[in-house]
Design a protein around this ligand. Structure first.
Ligand SMILES: [Mn+2]
Length: 265
């Protein structure tokens, strides 16, 4: 049975309405089996950058430490903002792991290029072992073990970094084997699946901070993940970025989220 770790961290988000991520995490948690679900305490305060280029670094470090205390192998982490993946990968066994990064945004900024200073926009860069060293993985995941899915809202400073990674488009997902083949080609024996729900097309899913058109279909993505798991075991997974405007709006999106969680768990 899969363990679920609820991490309602909002401090990595650039959004003025970042606190909606807390509501999103609670809405998902309400639909998960209570006996296998643990909700972490996240600091109420925003936190300080501590002289780094990362906003709210002090709070991110506190959540990271709480997540690492609560971690169980193969767990599914529910955000919160999508940088919770970095904290989870820092405690998980990442030897021989590929990372499947399903996200509208590449999250490849560094503290030097980020317009917001928000850590979620630097999350994949930190997975690669770069950026603020109190947060980056050490060692990072090698670039040839990272596959992105549905990335389409790319800042100029990120484009060169994105070109160095294998990418899968929403159209590629129409073939359910595309993800499996790309992960298999990395040579890794296990995979971490990161899903920022903004990877889903806004026509199907409303509850995100920064919607980007021409996204993936939730059912195509779920099918691709099921196919992947038939051959490659999960090291763990993340579902992050759910920011419903209202409790009623949350209900409209929960079907897609539960379909993805069902493919992961
Ligand atoms: Mn993201």
């Amino acid at each position: 049975m899969t363990d679920f770790l609820i991490v309602p961290q909002w401090q990595g988000s650039p959004s003025a309405r970042a606190m909606l991520l807390t509501d999103g995490a609670a809405a998902i948690a309400g639909d998960l089996p209570r006996a296998s679900t643990t909700t972490l305490d996240v600091p109420l305060e925003a936190g300080e950058s501590l002289g780094s280029g990362v906003r709210r670094l002090s709070s991110l470090l506190r959540v990271r430490s709480a997540l690492q205390d609560a971690w169980t192998d193969g767990a599914v982490v529910i955000g919160g903002d999508c940088s919770v993946t970095v904290a989870a990968l820092a405690v998980a066994d990442t030897s021989d792991v590929a990372v499947l990064w399903c996200d509208a945004h590449p999250d490849l900024h560094s503290p030097d290029t980020s317009p917001s200073g928000a850590f979620s926009g630097m999350a994949l860069r930190a997975v690669l072992g770069e950026g603020e060293e109190q947060l980056a993985l050490s060692p990072g995941i090698p670039r040839d073990r990272v596959v992105t899915v549905g990335v389409r809202a790319v800042d100029d400073e990120e484009a060169g970094e994105l070109d160095r990674l294998t990418t899968i488009t929403p159209e590629d997902l129409l073939r359910a084997d595309a993800v499996l083949e790309a992960v298999r080609a990395t040579g890794a024996s296990r995979v971490w699946v990161h899903i920022d729900v903004d990877v889903i097309d806004p026509a199907e899913f409303a509850g995100v901070s920064e919607a980007a058109p021409f996204g993936a279909s939730a059912s195509d993505l779920a099918a691709a993940i099921r196919r992947l798991r038939e051959e490659i075991p999960l090291a763990g997974a993340t579902v992050a970025g759910f920011a419903p405007r209202t409790p009623v709006a949350a209900v409209d999106d929960l079907g897609a989220i539960l379909r993805l969680i069902g493919a992961l768990a």
